[in-house]
Design a protein around this ligand. Structure first.
Ligand SMILES: [Zn+2]
Length: 227
């Protein structure tokens, strides 16, 4: 540092499998700390809609049915990070997904005197997660939620709230589907976890507990990196 007090906006990454409550936690961080969540999908759509230079490139690539390159995503992110609302800090969602992208992101942040302050991994117990998700069902009539293990209606098959007897389960919540989703998540994320472990940005949080406890731990990390 050159003697000036420069507080660079913190940059956080939230890593967590579907069902770990990533979205909920990100929203809470937005509310509590004024951080802005930047999701790759939203960024791409916005850049295309605004017709920025990078957005035009992205559009051409997508119209050709091809994947948007890391270079284009980085260019879009560069534009977005320069906008004033990002001055309080950002949470990245959906990017990076690979170590190559993580390196490109580090280079971009270095241009801006920023860095990844924390890559927070919301850690889950896979078996418990399968039980938690695959046990969910809802009353078709009123939408009341139930669970095989944690919340059965007083009379099996009959909704406590409305007396309805038709219960529905989401196809996505099948045990096998959940298990393979978790497996894919771990396979994809392991290199990133290793990467941020090496850079020292990695923080692990037990995401099996209560939402408020997870939020408190996450909040402590944000406070630490925002000084
Ligand atoms: Zn009901």
């Amino acid at each position: 540092m050159d003697g000036q007090t420069v507080t660079a906006a913190p940059v956080l990454i939230l890593l967590g499998p579907p069902g770990a409550g990533k979205g909920t936690q990100a929203r809470m961080l937005e509310e509590e700390f004024g951080l802005v969540q930047l999701s790759t999908g939203d960024l791409l759509r916005a850049a295309v809609a605004q017709g920025t230079e990078a957005g035009k490139k992205a559009r051409a690539v997508m119209e050709a049915g091809e994947l948007v390159s890391d270079e284009i995503v980085i260019a879009i992110l560069r534009d977005r990070l320069a906008e004033p609302d990002c001055a309080r800090g950002v949470i990245l969602d959906g990017f990076p997904r690979t170590t190559v992208q993580a390196q490109a992101l580090d280079a971009l942040l270095a241009e801006r005197d920023q860095r990844i302050d924390a890559a927070v991994s919301l850690e889950v117990d896979d078996a418990a997660m399968v039980t938690r998700i695959s046990g969910r069902y809802t009353c078709a009539a009123c939408g009341e939620g139930y669970h095989d293990a944690f919340k059965q209606p007083a009379t099996a098959g009959t909704c406590d709230k409305c007396g309805g007897t038709e219960m529905t389960r989401r196809a996505d919540d099948k045990a096998e589907t959940v298990a393979s989703r978790l497996e894919a998540y771990h396979a994809q994320t392991a290199p990133l976890i290793g990467y941020y472990d090496k850079t020292g940005a990695l923080a692990r949080i037990d995401a099996m507990g209560a939402i408020d406890d997870i939020a408190a731990e996450l909040g402590a990390i944000v406070k630490r990196v925002t000084g």
